[in-house]
Design a protein around this ligand. Structure first.
Ligand code: GAR
Length: 216
């Protein structure tokens, strides 16, 4: 089985990118990150990629007149690396339908909430304000609906009495760094696909909350 070619898209710190790079280097994921693309030139994740000897690309949305024009250029850039999987890791852009359709079944995102709760921004504060007992992160296939594609797996954390958005975000981040490599590992082992509107894992259509999360 050929190693999975990953292209990772970022906008910021890239701590999830780092977890995926480490998991590729240790052999946990059967694949490698062939390029890291950022829409921001100062994203720290670009430094992480360079430190690991990985190709980096900056494609600034500010240089394009429309979302469609940006996504067309982004699509071409991604294609130039011939990826098996496109990994959105804190890429803070809303994608056009044509880009999403092009990479359907080949694009994953991580979102800091237990989807379908709290699509969009400020998820940690919203979970605290709602007095939820639990919060977490979801990895899902990307579809046209923002943060709405089929969930592959979720990691849960408790919300503690004195939590602020920052302390809660930190707890969620720690889980993200295990959850995202796990899901990419499944994809790299050809155990995970998207069929119609379902995530399919080990030949089973997954329920709305995805596959049970267990560390492998
Ligand atoms: C992560 O917490 C991820 O869940 C979130 O951005 C952060 C990126 O952190 N993504 C979204 O909010 C997408 N809607 P990182 O750059 O350190 O990996």
């Amino acid at each position: 089985m050929a190693p999975t070619r990953l292209v990772v898209l970022i906008s910021g710190s890239g701590s999830n990118l780092q977890a995926i790079i480490d998991a590729c280097q240790s052999g946990y994921i059967r694949g490698s990150v062939v390029s890291v693309i950022s829409n921001k030139a100062d994203a720290y994740g670009l430094t992480r990629a360079k430190n690991a000897g990985i190709d980096t690309q900056v494609l600034s949305h500010k240089e394009f007149e429309s979302r469609e024009a940006y996504d067309a250029a982004l699509s071409d850039l991604i294609d130039s690396f011939d990826p098996d999987l496109v990994v959105l890791a804190g890429f803070m852009r809303i994608l056009t339908a044509s880009l999403v359709q092009k990479f359907r079944g080949k694009m994953l995102n991580i979102h800091p909430s237990l989807l379908p709760k709290y699509q969009g921004l400020n998820t940690h504060q919203r979970a605290i304000d709602a007095q939820d007992a639990f919060h977490g992160a979801s990895v899902h296939f990307v579809t046209e609906e923002l943060d709405g594609g089929p969930v592959v797996c979720q990691a849960k954390v408790p919300i503690l009495p004195n939590d602020t958005a920052d302390t809660l975000a930190q707890r969620v981040h720690e889980q993200e760094h295990k959850l995202y490599p796990l899901v990419v590992k499944w994809f790299s082992e050809r155990r995970l696909t998207m069929e119609a509107d379902y995530a399919v894992f080990d030949d089973q259509n997954l329920p709305a909350e995805g596959a049970p999360y267990s560390e492998e």
